[in-house]
Design a protein around this ligand. Sequence first.
Ligand code: GLY
Length: 364
Amino acid sequence: MTPSIRTIDVDLADRSYAICVGEKNLAELGPAMRRSGLGNKAAIVTDGNIAGLYLKPVEASLRQAGFETSVIFLPAGEEHKNLDAVAAIYDRLVAARFERGSTLVALGGGVVGDVTGFAAASYLRGISYVQVPTTLLAQVDSSVGGKTGVNHKEGKNLIGAFHQPRLVWIDVAVLRSLPKREVVAGLAEVIKYGVIADAALFRRLEEKLDDILKLDSAMLTEVVAASCAIKADVVAKDERESDLRAVLNFGHTVGHALEALTGYETFLHGEAVAIGMVQAAAISVAEGACDRESFERIRRLVVRAGLPAEIPADVSPAELVKHMEVDKKSAGGKIKFILCKGIGATRFHALAPGEIVARLEESR
Ligand code: GLY
């Protein structure tokens, strides 16, 4: 049975847009872009790995729908998420005389999406772009919400802009071409949505985890759509992260620190977030925000998914917390921590660095 397409609206007044989640729907992208009122000229930005798999159907769909298309290749990999990649896009857009009404289509994972989005945010002070995310992480997180940008040699995502896409087009069938480890890492963010906002989604993940791991299309469509709906809701309420949007960073305070401390080589982002969520849940129990049973359910689901849950023995909590202090979340000497209130709700809690070290030591 072909699962139906789910559409989620991101409600941002005149910058509202749809997230469409389906299976094998790449051929329908062109007509959908037409319906979104996008102009005739479109450049598909992608990388060599993705192009071999999905460029043809995407380009054909756009052409059949009457778009004049060109293709811009970016080198694959996080090390190329920098201003050189953005400059390479500008060069092509200038040479091809792209105008305010032209569109960029980001076909790829988080790096392609973030770089393309930033080029779209800045070229001619802002042109339209469409996200066609091809990793689970990008489908449930980075393609939605308009955070665009690149890394600086001193830190990740230091240069960027908020610029919402005009359409997010998700095909869950593309996840079949991902390495299993990457799908599992993306699942960490799906679990996160259950913990922070949706106890029913969390239960569904507990019940259907095996089907999800087998990449059952109906289940993937359901959980990707549920995740995007939560993100869409949060973004609609707090687009620029003045407050609420920070809940999306549940598990990321420890997770980011762990990634940085291990040189971004040991863990995929989602794996570090999985550890961070379990540790944040443990801290939530210790701070009286979360019951023990909910903590156990979170830890069990993370482990069943094949994700790591513990801080490696050779990583010291004190070192981890040092990385948190240089992170932008630090305010007034305390670190703004996101605690879970059981499963499905959160609250912010400022913790002194020493308190976090002590809590992390306790949970070892
Ligand atoms: N990835 C978190 C956010 O988009 O706010």
